[in-house]
Design a protein around this ligand. Sequence first.
Ligand SMILES: NC(=O)c1ccc[n+]([C@@H]2O[C@H](COP(=O)([O-])OP(=O)(O)OC[C@H]3O[C@@H](n4cnc5c(N)ncnc54)[C@H](O)[C@@H]3O)[C@@H](O)[C@H]2O)c1
Length: 391
Amino acid sequence: MSGDAKRVMVVGAGIMGGMHARAVASRGDLRLVAVVDSLPGAAEALAGRLGAAWYTDVGDAIDAQRPQVVVLATPDWAHRGPFEACLRGDVETIIVEKPLATTVEDAEAMVRAAASKGVMVLVNYSNRCDPLLVATRWAVEAGLVGDPVYLDLRLDDDVSVPRGLWGGRSREWAARSSPLHFLLPHLVDLAAWLLGGVRLHVRAASATSRVLPDSLDLVEILGSTPAGTAVRLKSEWVRHSSSLVEFDISITGSRGTVVYRKLSGPLAQPGWCLVVEPSEPDPALDAFIQRVVANWRASVCVSRSSRTDPDRRMSWVQVAIGPTSGPPGFAYLLDAAVERTPVPARWKALGAGPLPTGEEALACVRVLAEAGRLLRPAAGREGPARREAEG
Ligand SMILES: NC(=O)c1ccc[n+]([C@@H]2O[C@H](COP(=O)([O-])OP(=O)(O)OC[C@H]3O[C@@H](n4cnc5c(N)ncnc54)[C@H](O)[C@@H]3O)[C@@H](O)[C@H]2O)c1
């Protein structure tokens, strides 16, 4: 470890905090100095494994350890308190788990307070760093799908998540969160980022709550961008699946479609492919393929329809990308903390915009609040079993 390694504290020693603490401890340019958790046993166990000090209070840890970087991984509804406690120290960077907050009021207060102290805030929407999602953004940017017409994102969890992921705390966890806070934020962030940073207008939102006693089961949002791209975002956590998580991405434009099955469920294989109308020559497609191969050391398979199908009167080019290799997404956020910029060198080289900032995560909270408002009035009308609203 280098002598000027930045001092890092992890708050929340649960599932994500444990992963983040191990990622920090594995780097030479960062030093894990403290782990904080309101459950003393959790903080002590994680800190002990990684040679850090442990605390149950963020303020005490800040005073004693003077961290420059804080990674905040408390539950969805418990981000603001520890975040504001961090701002009372000399912290340079706070990396917060998604969602930034569950209310616009909390998110605004957090972003405002951090800006007034010059603290950089990044939010762990690290799907942006997934090589095949970066490739999807490149394909859209290069005009390979043409004008984007429809973006369809689906992120679902198996019902074992709300029922048991957090052990004895699962029922409280699920009751204080929902797919609106736990899953959909990923999709709202991706929709904006894939389409070049646009703000999504929510047109309709619907939800059901028939399976879980205290939480919504699923939420679906229909929206559009200022350029007229239709967007559907859907998340449930009551699926009975052979996979813990299912994640499908597809975007259709005037010239082609990208389909990316990131995490597949029953009867589906993971994979990425682009299908476009052919054009000869096609320098944009050639440049895209070269970029994928150069950056992700991936194999790219290009197949073309051998002749125009006489019935369908069309031909196509299909580009499939094989397995990719790249650093885990969270590593780019740690790079950002080391270099003190939301566009650290390794990430900048990919040309995929900034890493997810506090401002962008605030915009995401606003979109989710818009969806939440559409759900609320209908709940009274239709009772707790089903909530649906059209905007
Ligand atoms: N980026 C992703 O892909 C991803 C995936 C899963 C979860 N998450 C997010 O990560 C966050 C944490 O989720 P998790 O599954 O690790 O939760 P968890 O319940 O496993 O861990 C949270 C820990 O925070 C502690 N805690 C609660 N309030 C605290 C406080 N005020 N001060 C200190 N410690 C406190 C709890 O005791 C618990 O140990 C959530 O916001 C969740 O949505 C992100």
